[in-house]
Design a protein around this ligand. Structure first.
Ligand SMILES: *Cc1c(COP(=O)(O)O)cnc(C)c1O
Length: 454
């Protein structure tokens, strides 16, 4: 028998040879070998259960997983072939419009995530502004967009990709969101819109959307400038309606014209699914909608991508009907309750201060070291990960609050009270280790930049 025969008989030759990685493989391998090769590689990754860094869903119940697995072969964009999947997307958009208190008939779409939704929403702001300017016989060059330093990096990306001047409100120590007083001096006739964040990636708070709406209504009346608000609710738009139903941030406010939300964050679906919802049909520029019929039926599309799986749309609908307002409220409250316990434990431990848990906030804990020690939050993050595998990021806040370094733990539905207590203990242990041996490596510190907010 040759070595090859042995491998065929006894399986996994990758125990002794490196995995293909540079060249397109000349030969293939057995299905079992290919599967094991991947399994073994992936086993070296972080454990999603202990990943308290990501906002993205890491667990769905078995029935939802079955829906996803059974529909992986369905291309969402084939509306003519899969009209039911298309209808299910429409249902989700209508339900979200209802959840966000849209006044009447509206429109929207599924996207790959909030990033695609933001690109599309931003484009619509730009196109609508151009329409208004053209109608008034005014120039359409040098558009600008106003937002705070507390936004996700995607907004700067949008501005660069689509040639819009970003007007960014700097943060400051102790000031991690923005309000009307920040926005007012940055507005002019070339402002295509104002972005307000609901649930920032940095501390989980919301910009003062009520105040910004008031300001923009005033500007509309006094200066005849109709400047819309786009709410980036990537995380918050699936949290606020359930935890803070009386707090206004959505279409109850007149200038709020579009909202994005990530289905794969607090919508509780696996990646990638996001949503863009307009206040009214007229808030979407019709110039951005394309009509094509080569899949067998005339179809209107407003997307950056074309082909994509239908599974996550179906999974989103599954969650909507499975949970309803009642179920989402239950899950959000459970996470909030556990986040409060974690915050309490950290405070009681005497080493940390908790940031802003007295305000409306995502179910997370943002915290930083108090007192004097010769290590910082990055060292704690590193030590905690080395000792126990918990992934809790440390990062500096955006300018001009870059002197502030914090840690942030997302409290997801899979993090039970038992684990909260264990995590609290593990954080205290990591600090005790650092007390004894001092700071870890400067290299790790340098790697932890503020871009961990995904
Ligand atoms: C996560 C996030 C985004 C990007 O969303 P994706 O769904 O990951 O594309 C944008 N804005 C905010 C506030 C976010 O939290």
């Amino acid at each position: 028998m040759t070595e090859r025969d042995d491998a065929a008989l006894f399986g996994n030759r990758f125990l002794t040879t490196p995995a293909p990685s540079e060249r397109f493989p000349e030969e293939g391998m057995g299905a079992t070998d290919a599967m094991r090769l991947l399994d073994v590689d992936l086993a070296m990754e972080g454990d999603p259960q202990r990943n308290l860094a990501t906002f993205v869903t890491t667990w769905m119940e078995p029935e939802a997983q079955r829906i996803i697995a059974e529909n992986l072969h369905r291309n969402f964009i084939d509306h003519a072939e899969y009209p039911i999947s298309a209808e299910i997307e429409r249902r989700c958009v209508r339900m979200l419009a209802d959840l966000f208190n849209a006044p009447g008939r509206t429109t929207g779409c599924r996207t790959q995530g909030s990033s695609e939704a933001i690109m599309l929403g931003g484009l619509s702001l730009k196109w609508k502004w151009r329409e208004r300017r053209k109608a008034a016989g005014l120039s359409t060059d040098r558009p600008n967009l106003v937002f705070g330093g507390d936004v996700h990096v995607v907004w700067e990306k949008f501005c660069r990709y689509f040639d819009v001047e970003p007007r960014i409100v700097p943060l400051a120590e102790g000031k991690y969101t923005i309000g009307p007083e920040d926005v007012a001096p940055r507005l002019d006739e070339r402002t295509i819109g104002v972005v307000a964040v609901l649930g920032t990636t940095f501390t989980g708070h919301k910009d003062d959307v009520v105040g910004i709406d008031e300001l923009l209504r005033d500007v509309r009346e006094k200066r005849d400038l109709d400047i819309p608000i786009h709410v980036d609710g990537a995380s918050g738009a699936f949290v606020w309606p359930f935890l803070y139903p009386d707090s206004k941030w959505d279409f109850r406010l007149e200038q709020v014209r579009s909202i994005n939300v990530s289905g794969h964050k607090y919508g509780l679906v696996y990646p990638g699914i996001g949503w863009l919802v307009f206040r009214e049909e007229s808030d979407l520029s019709m110039d951005l909608v394309f009509y094509e019929n080569y899949l067998g039926k005339t179809d209107a599309t407003f997307t950056l991508n074309f082909s994509t799986g239908a599974s996550m749309v179906l999974a989103q609908y599954y969650n909507f009907v499975r949970l309803g307002r009642q179920g989402y409220t239950y899950v959000m409250r459970m996470m909030q309750e556990n986040a409060r316990v974690l915050a309490g434990n950290l405070r009681d431990g005497g080493r940390f201060e908790v940031i802003g848990d007295d305000a409306e906030q995502l179910p997370l804990v943002a915290f930083r070291l108090t007192g004097e020690q010769d290590y910082d939050e990055s060292d704690v993050a590193w030590q905690l990960s080395a000792e126990r595998g918990w992934m809790v990021p440390a990062y500096t806040l955006p300018p001009d609050a870059q002197a502030v370094k914090i840690m942030r733990a997302l409290v997801k539905e899979t993090l039970s009270r038992e684990q909260i207590d264990r995590l609290s203990e593990d954080i205290a242990d990591a600090c005790r280790t650092l007390d004894a041996k001092g700071a870890t490596h400067a290299v790790e510190r340098a790697q932890v930049k503020h871009g961990t907010g995904y």
